[in-house]
Design a protein around this ligand. Sequence first.
Ligand SMILES: O=P(O)(O)OC[C@H]1O[C@](O)(COP(=O)(O)O)[C@@H](O)[C@@H]1O
Ligand SMILES: [Mn+2]
Length: 643
Amino acid sequence: MSSKYLDLLAEKYDSEEKVATEIINLEAILNLPKGTEHFVSDLHGEYQAFQHVLRNGSGNVKVKIRDLFNNEMGEEELNEFATLVYYPEEKLSLIKSHFSSKKELKDWYIETIERLLKLVSYASSKYTRSKLRKALPKQFVYIIEELLYKTDEFTNKKDYYAKMLEQIISLGQVDKLIVGLAYTMQRLTVDHLHVVGDIYDRGPDPHKIMDTLIDYHSVDIQWGNHDVLWIGAYSGSKVCLANIIRICARYNNLDIIEDVYGINLRPLLNLAEKYYEDNPAFHPKRISDEQLTEQEQLQITKIHQAISIIQFKLESPIIKRRSCFAMEDRLLLEKVDYDKNEATIHGKTYPLENTCFATIDPKHPDRLLDEEQQVIDKLLFSIQHSEKLSRHMNFLMKKGKLYLQYNGNLLIHGCIPLEENGDMKQMKIEGESYAGRELLDVFEEYTRYAFAHPEETDDFATDMVWYQWTGENSSLFGKREMTTFERYFIKDKETHKERKNPYYHLREDEDMCRKMLAEFDLNPDYGRIINGHTPVKERDGEDPIKANGKMIVIDGGFSKAYQSTTGIAGYTLLYNSYGMQLVAHQRFNSKEEVLQNGTDVLSIKRLVDEELERKKVRETNIGEELLQEIANLNSLRKHRYMN
Ligand SMILES: O=P(O)(O)OC[C@H]1O[C@](O)(COP(=O)(O)O)[C@@H](O)[C@@H]1O
Ligand SMILES: [Mn+2]
């Protein structure tokens, strides 16, 4: 270790006692049970459902409440108390409105605070006091610590505590204290959150999810294809930008673009009004009960067509200038016979329906009209200057990666592109061939380059971000081709199929999963692959735990649009010191329903495995870092204090 580094360390630990204290402290932490990891994926803008899962720790909060209070509370009271922990502000005002006398309310306050303190103390038992302190509401740290660490033997302090509680109530601080304790409980239930991709698209509130994640105490993100699409748009890819607006139009979410991120859609609307009519293929999907007026629906339908055609036109020059993408099959505008209104795809000719080609010049089908060019240029300018989007995208870059090795597991949204024979699929990029982990690393490098150079809009790196959205070798897409054009304009459903990469059947095989874990330098005996991206069709009997437990797929479909295919409302995964549990969630209707009825969303837990011995911090990623710190401190001790 360099003496410069030792100097720095010596500044912080300027006596032998300080070094020794820190070593003792770190050693003690290494022997604590490992913190609970919580895995979620494919949130797709479903903020409310995500909040619920976050607040109840995938059912973990309820488990702890049951452990403690099963004997003293009935089912209804348990539920009510749990709801108070999940949604303290709202539940408090509901409960308070039921009391008729001050005395009753006061008794309830005292009992509730005692219960919350018990719960917090129980949930924090595997953490250090310093960690608990960080989780406490700042303004009440002193009071809560006093209350938490009271020991009943000291009966002479009883008055002291009773007085303290009374004061808290009479000074009007009790609601805040309850709210603070509830959030402390939520925070203690989960030590670290992994979001295995797809925060954006389809649902109405991805921005709220982003804000929640930004405030969350400990989180990492594995990018999904939809997240990378947004990163691409912000990084200067016009075709990615056209895609995000198209998807927002398709799901009736244009207010995310307009109101949330402050992008003016007026120029696009003017263009849409000029060239497009009603068209059933472009009606927005109806997922919520919200009724659109005819006028609103018509407007969205027109915008949807205008931006889709811009998207198709923008794809063409990229495909032509990037032969290594091997996407010539996707030059669809050139495969259309505009007189006969049919298209020839993979050698077969299909009639087209619901076409909207008013801005297309059959001789130069990919040429943008000046108006279209101006629209997309203006949109790009606004999107790159949206302060809020900048905050969200910077966070995605800072906390996000394409894949992550964490505590022995591999977390990845889509896939590792494979050949049918199980080899890692090769892709030639700028003269070099890459496969497996190397290929993913190259994808990530280009993404970071594109993000760092938003002014470069047609360079290779920016095109590569789009490739990850839709290219055959993308680890995020994982399919042969994206059939957006066919789904809008061709009736024959055969053309809509998107063939999946062999990964998606090979991942059922244990040896294959072992091979992939090894590719990422993980121990195949202990590691698992945690995957999102493809909805698990539980309804049809599909098992999310595959390859003898080496592969776990947790996309159960938070996305309302996909719940009819999956039959449930999402999987999440918990990994605590005892092992891993998969949780299947039933459909989440609304927070209001939970508050009113106290009914939790039914979550079914399944043990993935049980650790033979309780896992300790020593065996985790963080443990590795602590061991390194201890080594440094020992070195400091030896070289500076022992001679
Ligand atoms: O259901 P929609 O909105 O038409 O989207 C379908 C498209 O979404 C994709 O499934 C990608 O999104 P996911 O990552 O959520 O699967 C594409 O393969 C497909 O073309
Ligand atoms: Mn996905």
